[in-house]
Design a protein around this ligand. Sequence first.
Ligand SMILES: C[S@@+](CC[C@H](N)C(=O)[O-])C[C@H]1O[C@@H](n2cnc3c(N)ncnc32)[C@H](O)[C@@H]1O
Length: 215
Amino acid sequence: MRDSLDHLQAHHGDFASFRDVMIETSVGRFGPIWWGVWDQHVRAEGPVTVIDLGCGPGMLLPQLRQRLPQARLVGVEVQPVMLETAREVAADCGAELVTADLAAALPLADGVADVVVAVMSFHELQFPPPLLDEVFRLLKPGGIFVLYDWVKRPLSAYLGDKPLSEDLLQHFREHCLFSTEDLTFLTQRTGMSVREVVGRRGGNFAIIVAEKPAG
Ligand SMILES: C[S@@+](CC[C@H](N)C(=O)[O-])C[C@H]1O[C@@H](n2cnc3c(N)ncnc32)[C@H](O)[C@@H]1O
């Protein structure tokens, strides 16, 4: 298996442009639907711990800070260009940044998190399922996991009017590997129970909310 940074380089190419895209599009990802799901399922308040796996430039962290002024907020990221921006964003909103590879055991204690989120990062791993076991390990009993990612679509829908190329077909493999049912299955097999599944953007994406049993 390739090293995670080599794999990400092949997936994204120019990271400075990709970081800018992630910043520009964050308004859509973390808009009313995201916060509606959050308010319905995440009851956390006070000095809780929220971990953002694959936080990219960290655009979710200031928004979490607005809602959870006393929380410990932790972004996890491995890509240097993303980390550069995330460091500034995290410093401004009093969040921690952990430089770590989601493909390996994370340097965070068992049962530390009230909430774990993974937004558009799961599909970027070469072998994603073990990350869900890591989420289970990190969560407190009764803790909430929110997975937001690409889901499988027909090639025609994925392409739209773009011409088919080798590069786009490779992205199709990576973005359209798991269906919503597959993500639900993979999440449940860790021992978490799925509370809600929300389709997004005409079926391109899904938000899956799961809970670790209370114990
Ligand atoms: C599509 S971006 C999404 C960023 C952010 N979650 C957001 O929604 O704005 C996915 C992020 O996951 C990170 N990522 C992918 N694989 C990773 C790995 N193995 N370890 C740590 N971070 C990873 C990438 O570097 C990238 O910043």
